[in-house]
Ligand binder design. Structure first.
Ligand code: FPP
Length: 254
């Protein structure tokens, strides 16, 4: 079923992965592109370009493993405050990525989705995104969920507004508002919450990423910079996740 290029490479650590206990949803803060470039005396744009390569590898690995959802933090609401040129590079890379990768992603049954303020992205990026989402909508494989112009706090405020409107027009009873109803008002409606969140480059912050959805997620912080992240590092992160004891606030009785 899979084209040859998408076969999982032989990696020692794969043997230690329990394939029956994979995380359903992996979320990633792809941090460290700038530092990767600086270390090599390259412009930051080259770090982001290398970051796209790392993303390609990770998408393939997740798809091959049978992960259901991969959410990547590609552009935050705060990233607009970066120099105009850098914002431009990131938007161009997004457009290029979708243009170049769409066919292969589609052939590999990947579903492309996006969360965030998509309407505020440049027209060209919106067009490419729209096209990619429509083209892959009926696929049944990995959901590649791109967080673009995304901020967890504004997502929560949006959800509050949606539910408040429903209360005002009588479609929603206040007493019936529960976690399920709230989750349904978020961009991630219909997706399971992440089981594993990976952040590269050693920073111990959530940076406004999936604030509601990460409530019980296992967090794995990795020292490697994002452009150096690949299949091996992803498998290692999954192994770390599988060694964790998830109790969701409860206790084990055995
Ligand atoms: C953080 O590194 C990374 C970003 C702000 C953008 C992530 C984007 C990509 C990996 C490529 C574009 C995405 C797509 C979907 C094509 P940083 O610049 O904050 O690194 P630093 O902390 O070392 O400066």
């Amino acid at each position: 079923m899979w084209p040859k290029a998408w076969k999982l490479n032989k990696v020692d650590s794969k043997d230690q992965i329990a394939l029956e206990r994979l995380p359903r949803h992996i979320a990633i803060i792809m941090d460290g592109n700038g530092r990767w470039a600086k270390k090599r005396a390259l412009p930051r744009s080259m770090g982001h370009r290398a970051g796209v390569e790392a993303l390609r590898k990770v998408v393939k690995t997740c798809s091959n493993l049978g992960i259901e959802v991969l959410t990547v933090y590609a552009f935050s609401t705060e990233n607009w405050s970066r120099p105009k040129d850098e914002v431009g590079v990131l938007m161009t890379l997004l457009t290029e990525y979708l243009r170049k990768e769409l066919q292969e992603l589609h052939e590999n049954n990947v579903v492309i989705r996006a969360i965030g303020g998509i309407n505020d992205l440049p027209q060209e990026a919106q067009r490419e995104l729209d096209n990619s989402i429509k083209r892959t909508r009926n696929n049944t494989g990995l959901i590649l969920n791109l967080a673009l112009n995304y901020g967890g706090r504004s997502e929560i405020i949006d959800a509050v507004k949606k539910i408040s409107k429903d209360v005002l027009n009588g479609k929603q009873q206040i007493e019936d508002i529960d976690e399920g109803r709230f989750s349904n008002a978020l961009f991630t409606r219909g997706l399971p919450d992440p089981d594993l969140m990976i952040r590269t480059s050693g920073e111990m912050r959530l940076s406004n990423f999936l604030l509601w959805q990460l409530a019980y997620t296992e967090i794995v912080v990795i020292e490697e910079l994002w452009p150096d992240f690949g299949e091996k590092a992803l498998l290692a992160a999954i192994i770390t996740y599988q060694k964790r004891d998830r109790r969701f606030g409860g206790i084990h009785t055995d």
